[in-house]
Each structure stands twice: as C-alpha cells, then as structure tokens.
Unconditional design. Structure first.
Length: 221
C-alpha cells in the first residue's frame, strides 16, 4: 500500500526566527550587526544593469556598416538622451536629402560597431532594494550581499504560498478553523491587513478581498 509523506510543520506561539535577506547580485549592505530594523527597513541595495538598446545607425542612414562609427556624433562612454541627434549626413549641396538619426533611448553608449553598423545604448541601472521583511535585530552581515535579521514571535509554517512577501496587521476573520471564509467576513477596514480564514474560501470572498485591498490571506484546516 502506498503512502504519502507529510512534512513536519512548525507551529509555535513563541520562537526565535532568523531570516537571511540576500541580494540577487553583489551590492551594498546598509546595516551593521546590532542595528534594530523594521519590516520596511532597506538592509541592502544593488544596481542591476539597465536594458541594452540598439540604434540601427547604418540602416537608418543607408550607409555601409563600417562607416557608422565615423558618422556617429557620440563616442563609447558618452551619455545620450532620447531625441539627441546621433548622426546626420551632409546631403546634396549640404541641404538636400539629408538623413538625421535621433536617439530613441537615454543612457550610455556602450558600443559602436563597424561590423553591424549599430549603436548599443545601455539604459539607466535598475535599483534593487532588499527590505528586512521582519522587525528585529541584525545578527550577521554578509559583505556586499545581505544580512540576517533575528526576532521573536509566533510562527506557523504552511504548505505553499501564492504571491510575494506581505506585511500587515493580522485579523482572525472566522470563529473557528472549520468555518469557510465568505464575503461577509471581509470588511472595508481590512485594507492592508492579513486575514486569517478557516477551512476554505469562496469565490465571492476572493473577489471582495481583492476589491478591499487585503494584503494577504491565510487559510488552514
């Protein structure tokens, strides 16, 4: 006879919780050991490279690819703004049939290729902030990567979750664990809160939860 494995889940009203908050790439850690943090305290920050965009200079000017670098008004490393003139042909007699190429992007010129005739523009870096997620104290720091936050509190582990991290005031919305959460349990004042339900949830309740702006929904049996 087959059997299924049920993992042991932690349920505790008072336990020590450690959470490692780590950046996806190396960056700067903004806290030190001993610092007290709130859930929304930024503990580390990194900059992801911005998107790489292409200006097809040779194609737009109607010239050979190898001629593109000398026609470009910018050099590698220069900053370019959207709408800047990146190249302009002399035209016939200096004024007829002139071709002007404007930058479609804002960023730094990363490459001007004489093989493809393209200009590559790197747009602004994208900041990535790592928040503490829990209120507590910094107990360890990983240089350029992140920090471990420690706190005491209740802890209930679940089987799975949908969506990202959430914070908010917890409100138990049902009388007991066997009760199904329906729209009548959801109040307008629940905006931004974490609701604790029971054995299930109705479609109408899910719709109202979304309309009200509930931060999270916790269901168990």
């Amino acid at each position: 006879m087959g059997s299924a494995y049920t993992p042991g889940l932690t349920v505790s009203s008072d336990t020590v919780v450690d959470r490692l908050r780590r950046l996806p790439i190396k960056g700067e850690v903004l806290v030190k050991v001993g610092d007290k943090v709130e859930h929304d305290t930024i503990v580390a920050r990194a900059l992801l490279p911005g998107p790489l965009q292409t200006i097809r200079l040779a194609e737009k000017l109607g010239i050979e690819a190898k001629e593109a670098p000398k026609e470009c008004r910018f050099a590698v490393g220069d900053h370019v703004n959207e709408g800047d003139v990146v190249a302009e042909t002399k035209g016939l007699f200096g004024k007829f049939f002139k071709q002007i190429v404007l930058s479609e992007f804002t960023g730094e010129v990363e490459s001007i290729s004489e093989v493809t005739g393209n200009i590559l523009v790197r747009e602004a870096a994208i900041p990535v902030d790592m928040m503490a997620y829990i209120q507590g104290v910094v107990v360890d720091v990983m240089s350029e990567e992140g920090a471990t936050i420690q706190t005491r509190g209740g802890m209930v582990q679940g089987i799975f979750g949908i969506g990202g991290e959430r914070n908010g005031v917890i409100r138990v919305a049902v009388a007991n664990q066997d009760e199904v959460l329906d729209e009548g349990h959801v109040q307008e004042s629940d905006a931004g809160k974490i609701l604790v339900g029971g054995a299930g949830v109705t479609a109408a309740a899910l719709k109202k939860v979304n309309e009200v702006g509930v931060a999270g929904l916790w269901l168990a049996r």
